[in-house]
Write a protein that binds this ligand. Sequence first.
Ligand SMILES: [Fe+2]
Length: 345
Amino acid sequence: MIFRQLYDNTSGTYTYLLASRRGGEALIIDPVLERVDRYLQLVSELDLKLVKAVDTHLHADHITGLGALRDRTHCITVMGEHTRADVVSMRVAEGERIAIEGVSLKVLYTPGHTDDSYSFLLADRVFTGDTLLIRGTGRTDFQNGDPRAQYDSIFNKLMKLPDDTLVYPAHDYKGETVSTIGEEKFFNPRLKVKSIDEYVDVMNNLNLPNPKMMDVAVPANMHVGLRQADIAQKGWALSPAEAIALCGEPSVAMIDLREQAEREKHGVIPGSLHAPYPDLQKNVSASGMLRELAAATGRRIVFYCAYGERSAMAVQAAQDAGLTSACHIEGGIAAWKKADGPLAR
Ligand SMILES: [Fe+2]
C-alpha cells in the first residue's frame, strides 16, 4: 500500500494520501487548501489518479482542499451524512464504506468534536479526525460539539478497536505523528476519567480561544459545492420537475453515475442505466458506451447522481468530448426525491 502522512505546519493538520499501488487510484483525507499543489505534485510523482477527497468533519482551523482538488482532478468529494457543507458529491453513513481500487475505508460516526465528525477505519489503522488526538481529544465547545457524544464515540467505538490499531489524527501540535488505541487507552490524560460526567466537566472547562481561522474557515468550508448554476446557464441542466416529466420518455436516456451502494440505499430513477462516474471518460470517449448509445438511438443523455455534483462534472466532460446533447438533473436524486419523483429499488 502507498501511504503518506502530509503536514500543514500553519494549521497543524495531517493529510493522508492512500493508494493500493503505483499507477492506481488514490484517496486523500483532510486536505488543506494551501497545500493542494503539493498533493497534486505527489499524486503525479507516484503516478496516481486521485479519485476521492474526504474530510473527517467541517474544519474550523483551515480551509479544506476538497473543492480545489475536485476542480483540478474531477475527483469525488466525500463527507459524512451529517455534514453542513452545501454540496459534496457523496455522503456516507455509519457502517458504509469509502472504496477506491484496492482500498476500502469503513465509516464510523464519531460525533463530539463536531456533530459531523467521522472516523475512517482500515484494517490496521484508524483516521480519527479531531475526535481522538495523540494524548488528547478534540475540543467540543463549538460547531455543535458535545462532550457526552465524544465520550461515547471514544469509549464505546474507538476504544473497542484492537489495541494495536494505529491512530492517525487530523492534527498534532507537538510533533507526534502516530499512536495506537492501546497507547491512548493507557496514556491519554483526557481518558483518565472515572465517568462521563467527569469527562464533560473536563471538556467544559478547557477555556480555549477560538481558532484564528474560524470566522473564515467555517463559512468557506460550508460552501465547497461546484457552482451548478454555470452548467444551468449553458442550458445543460433540467430542473427535477422537467426531468420527472421526461421520465420514461423514449427520447431520453437517464444515466445514473452513483456507486452501487448509493443506488441500493436511495433508489434509482425507473428505466435509468448505470454508468458509474469513475468510468465516465471512457464512456464519453469516441467509441465509448454512452457515445454509441446516443449515436445509435438518438436519445438525449441525462446524467444524474446524488446531489448534482458528479453529474455537473459529467455534463462538462461529455460536452467537451463532443456529446452535445448531454445534460443533467440539477440537485440530483436528493432534489428528485424532494420533487416527488418516482424511484425504483
Ligand atoms: Fe476540527
